[in-house]
Each structure stands twice: as structure tokens, then as C-alpha cells.
Design a protein around this ligand. Sequence first.
Ligand code: V47
Ligand code: SF4
Length: 390
Amino acid sequence: MSAMPTIHLDRLRDGALHPIGEKVRRGERLSAVDAITLFRTPDLLGVGHLADAVNRAKHGDVVTFASNQHINPTNVCVLRKTCVFCGYARLPKEEGAYRYSIEQVLAEAAQASDSMTREFHIVGGLDMQAGLGYYTTMFRALKAAHPLVHIKALTAVEIAHIGRIEKMSWTDVLIALREAGLDTMPGGGAETFSAAVRDVIADRKLGGADYIGVHRAAHALGIRSNCTMLYGHVETIEDRVEHLTMLRDLQDETGGFLAYIPLAYHPDDNALGVTLGRQGTSTTGFDDLRNLAVGRLYLDNFQHIKSHWIMVSTALTQIALAFGVNDIEGTVVREKIYHAVGAQTQQGMSLQELLRLIRGAGKEPAERDSFYRVIRTFEAAPAAVVGAAA
Ligand code: V47
Ligand code: SF4
């Protein structure tokens, strides 16, 4: 599906959105200045209308999700003191530090046998004891026990870390991991690319250009990946647009990104939240919807915009389905990273809950595989049930 978007200019209250609406109607690419306007306008419903029109032209009413299981094998991280927004990492001897043995990873993954998990999403800290061998052994063992389950694992930052420990190039690390069973890569570790922002929130972390470089190396090998942006901390609107432009440029070059996922910063239980005096005050629903909608409009070469309900709540995710979102983070068994920084949401969602949420927004739920191909659709629920969900 890819019709031209149906735009009603009379639904754009802010006149500054009219030329952007015309561009969207013509299928013309938006400029960085347009993106800044979309981030600044108070007319959120206008931005939402444009994003919804583009999303409908691409996906109709279909909203996809995957049945996945998050596994975080180690929270030991050398950047524990310098990624000041992270509440998950520990130093090796710190209370609460853990590193799973392969047997523990298998035990956690064993939940996949009696659930419908089709994907393991595996990310963790930059642990000096978790080198290439740790992950290749893990992936081989997982594939032996669950041959049909897709492995989406290791952020660009973790790939670069393994390369540093093993003195190997990113490409060689990726080749070895792929041979062991890695199928695709998640989008974590991007944060906000701007050097000024990184200086404040993650001054020793892999820089933006290198994050892009690792994804470029993966795409060149045919390993597809997701990408993210952490927003709602110290970044400016211009920083957000610069970040999105870098993602859009790489997508023009390789076409290797599957989905974009904006991640809402949570200020609890991390040093940055204390410094900013923000504990207990997450991003606003307004900004969450805007980030998703601008992602849909500016990243015109991306098929999929995903809402991470764990961070922005299931309630907001349901509304986001009218703001350009066509995919919802899946069933996610036992999420840890966000629950370490104050996420109040559940650690997982059942299939019935997901269906109720999608249908309640008047959309058609479909389960997808890790390449976003629809693998299962669902009979419509009785009207009374849908009504109850709305
Ligand atoms: O890179 C860490 C973020 C990311 C906080 O690719 C925080 O399908 C908010 O990228 N507040 C990892 N966010 C998770 C991630 C992800 C999630 C779901 C799906 C996919 C995918 C990727 O979590 C990190 C960082 O940006 N994070 N701390 C915090 N305080
Ligand atoms: Fe380590 Fe990632 Fe947390 Fe940074 S965000 S401290 S790299 S686990």
C-alpha cells in the first residue's frame, strides 16, 4: 500500500503548517526547517493529522506487533558513571551487579517454549568480561534450543565495545556474531547524536558518527537494524532534527533500517534526573506524540514508526496510533532497563491486552515477524468487547 496522503489543510490551525501540508500532499521531502516548525508549533493535532495521513497511505489501518522477549544478560558496564541518564548499569563489584551464565540465559529464554515468543531482544552493559566468545556461545546455544526464534541483539555501542576488547573491526565482529546466530540489531545506544548533548549525558559513549558507522557496516553485510533517539532531557529542537537527519541520510544510503523508535527519557533513579531536578517528571504526552509524529513525517524513507509502550504507557501508545505510529513494541517478557529508571508500566503485555489496545483505536491488529512481514491476522472481536476497550 502506498497511496498519496489525503491532507485537509483546513485541519491545520497554524498557518505555518500549510506549506508543509502541501509538501506532504505532493509526497515531497521535508526540510530541516520544516521539521523544526513541526517540533515548535502548538498545533499538535495539525501535526498529528499530517502524520496520520502519511501513515494511512503506507499502512492503511493495520497495526503490527511482534511477540518478543527481552533478555538483558549483564548490567555490568564500564560507562556506568558517565552515562548519567542510565539507572540500569552497575560496576562489577557494586550491589545489584549481575552477569548471566549461558545456563541462566537459557533458563530465561526457556519461557519461549511455552509462550509464543518469536524474537529474543538481547542487550546489556559494556562488560569487560562479556567479549565476543560470551555472545557467540550464547547465540549458538539459543539457536540450538530455539531454532525458529529470531535473535535481535547488541546495540552499535556493544558491537564497538566488543571490537575494542577483541581488537577487531566492527565488520569482523558482526560477521562472527552473524555466524553464531545474530539476525538483526536493535536501535539502542543512539541517545541524541549532538556532541554538545553527549558531553552532558554520555561523554564517553560511542559518538553519533560512529553509531551511524556501525549500522552502516551492519547494513553492508545485509544485517538490518532499528534506530532510536532519546528525547526529553537536555537536547534542543535543533539537536533532534540533526539526529533525525543523520538517520534519514543513512537510510537513503543503505535502506537497512527497519524501524525508528523515539525513546522518552525517564528521570527517576539516574544521576541526570537528580541534576536536572526532574525526578518524578517524565516527558509530557504532548511531546511523546509529537516525537512520534515528526518521526513519521521527516523520516519519509522509513516504513515503520514504533511506539515503545513501556516508556510512554499503553494509554498514550493507543492514541499514538492516530499520530503516525504503525507498530507497537511487542509482548516483551520481563523488561528491566526502563523499570530501573522509573517506568510505571507493566513488565510485559499479553496478546489479549495488545489486541484490545489496537482494536480500541479502531485499527486492525496483525502479528509480524522480525522483518515486519505480517504472519497472523485476527478475527474482529465482538462489538461489545471493542466498545469496552475504546
Ligand atoms: O539506548 C536508558 C534507553 C535504550 C533510559 O530496537 C533510557 O526494537 C529512557 O533502544 N530513560 C535501550 N530511556 C532500549 C532500546 C530499544 C527499546 C525497544 C525496542 C528497541 C528496538 C530498542 O534505552 C538505550 C537508552 O537510549 N534508556 N536509560 C532512561 N533513563
Ligand atoms: Fe552502559 Fe548502556 Fe547504561 Fe550507558 S546506557 S551505562 S552504555 S548500559
